[in-house]
Design a protein around this ligand. Sequence first.
Ligand SMILES: Nc1ncnc2c1ncn2[C@@H]1O[C@H](COP(=O)(O)OP(=O)(O)OP(=O)(O)O)[C@@H](O)[C@H]1O
Ligand SMILES: [Mg+2]
Length: 288
Amino acid sequence: MRQVQLSDVGYVYDDGYNKTTALEGVELTIEQGECLAIVGHTGSGKSTLVQHLNALLQPSSGIVEAFDFTITADAKKNRKLGLSNLRQKVGLVFQYPEYQLFAETVLEDIMYGPLNFGASQQEAENIAHEMMKLVGLPNDIAQRYPLALSGGQMRRVAVAGILAMNPDILVLDEPTVGLDPKGQIEMMEFFLSLQQKLQKTLVIVTHNMDVVANYTNRMVVMKEKQKVFDGKPSEFFENREQVESCYMELPHTVKLAQALRTKGISIPKEIITFEEFVNYIKELEGNQ
Ligand SMILES: Nc1ncnc2c1ncn2[C@@H]1O[C@H](COP(=O)(O)OP(=O)(O)OP(=O)(O)O)[C@@H](O)[C@H]1O
Ligand SMILES: [Mg+2]
């Protein structure tokens, strides 16, 4: 089922003095249950793009269709749409969680969404405790001031606050920044379990190509305001010129496979996850 469709979307930041074009002619569809990575060099338009998925930003040109909403550049029409419903369906965890957290305590912050969507105080509190547990936050920080937490903890609070609204699509802008390596893996495994067990759609903005290779099966590449690739990560990574022209790195597994190829060991190009890679090497060993 198609959940979101962007047609020829353009966006211009305009503060009254300066205009900055951030998106041009972007076409994108998102189907239920996908796990999609959005990548691209800094300033290429990723954060601007994902803020269109829940209408936090509304297109300067083109059309965003998300669930039952059709959002265009006509601000007057958009105001009549009741977009808070869309914000419940498409949960966006910001690139900088400190911009998302606003309450006096962690618990209140996470309770905000459920309270807004009709839960009682007690229900919201129960949901908040449940979400804290789910994202790996200890209960004793429930009464702490969110902005006094570590970067990794703040990110977890922001994720918990969004999950508390039970969105259909979870959009995560750089979700593993600020986490230690173990925390990064835990967080990604956790997101993946949401996709696999609850059929949530995942949209992950990341600079980390290992995250792309290991956890996602579709990759959208942004370059200078435009979408320049949309397909299987392995197909993108096998085209070295394309990777370089987008100022991107390769995942560690792909780098290793390339190094092994120069030594005469052939590794198929489709192999990009760590697990696939290890299994393939074991098979090679077994055959020797
Ligand atoms: N609030 C804003 N006002 C004006 N220009 C902005 C604003 N936010 C972003 N831009 C500009 O829009 C363009 C796209 O920015 P965006 O933040 O979407 O990029 P990004 O791909 O998310 O980058 P990063 O990887 O650094 O997070 C850039 O040229 C940026 O300078
Ligand atoms: Mg960004």
